[in-house]
Design a protein around this ligand. Structure first.
Ligand code: PGA
Length: 231
């Protein structure tokens, strides 16, 4: 297996598997993706940081396999509480061994701003990088160390049908977000990213990467998207 390493500034490509895959399917994905990366001499993986966010029960096993590739693992959510009597929640202290990233505030979770901010703060405290999803700039103030994912629920794919914003719309939003957040934080785009639009998204000035849902479920498609960000 090829290990992906570099000290260059990197584009960030995050796979969000949502509530998909069995453990067996997750491990098959990892092996298949590893094979593609190993074979992909045509794709220079060094300019890309990859993160895979599997369903929570598979995070440890998937992390074990993907670390051989230099691919980080994230969780799709974390508890807004540190520890304690909170049935069903999974806290930052429980995932920090395996997960380097955590998606917080995804629109599919329909959470209040304060809850999302609390989750992001807890992540930072334990050294997990929060990927804070936002639709409008007034939603969040700047949280040092966070990645911001520009994502509107109306652009999230539905039943495999993509409905992304146009390149011009994304560029406009990225420009606004850059003015708001400054040069420092990574800003990525999510919402119907797929192998057809990845190339043009990769060319957007000021955009540091993408959050990929449906199109990340197939390792071949995901490797294709990663390839567009490594050019
Ligand atoms: P999608 O999902 O790529 O399937 O649109 C993106 C997301 O919800 O993170």
């Amino acid at each position: 297996m090829t290990t992906i390493t570099s000290t260059m500034p990197k584009k960030l490509v995050i796979a969000n598997w949502k509530q998909n895959k069995t453990l067996a399917e997750a491990l098959v994905w990892c092996v298949e993706f590893g094979r593609l990366v190993g074979e992909a001499d045509k794709i220079d993986m060094t300019p890309v940081s990859l993160v895979v966010c599997p369903p929570a029960p598979f995070v440890e096993k998937v992390a074990d396999v993907l670390k051989l590739l230099g691919v980080a693992v994230g969780v799709q959510d974390v508890s807004p509480f540190a520890d304690g009597a909170h049935t069903g929640f999974i806290g930052v202290n429980q995932v920090k061994q395996f997960a380097s990233y955590a998606i917080v505030g995804h629109s599919e979770r329909r959470e209040d701003r304060e809850v999302v901010l609390q989750k992001a703060r807890l992540c930072i405290e334990v050294g997990i990088i929060p990927v804070v999803c936002f639709k409008s700039l007034d939603q969040y103030k700047i949280i040092g160390g966070a990645v911001y994912a520009l994502e509107d629920s109306e652009n999230i794919s539905q039943n495999g049908v993509y409905r992304s914003k146009s390149l011009a719309e994304v560029q406009k939003l990225v420009d606004e977000a850059r003015r708001f957040f400054g040069d420092e934080p990574k800003i990525i785009y999510g919402g119907s990213v797929n192998k057809e639009n990845a190339q043009e998204l990769a060319s957007i000035a000021g955009l540091d990467g993408v959050l990929v849902g449906n199109a990340s479920l197939n390792p071949v498609t995901f490797a294709d998207i990663v390839g567009k960000f490594s050019l």
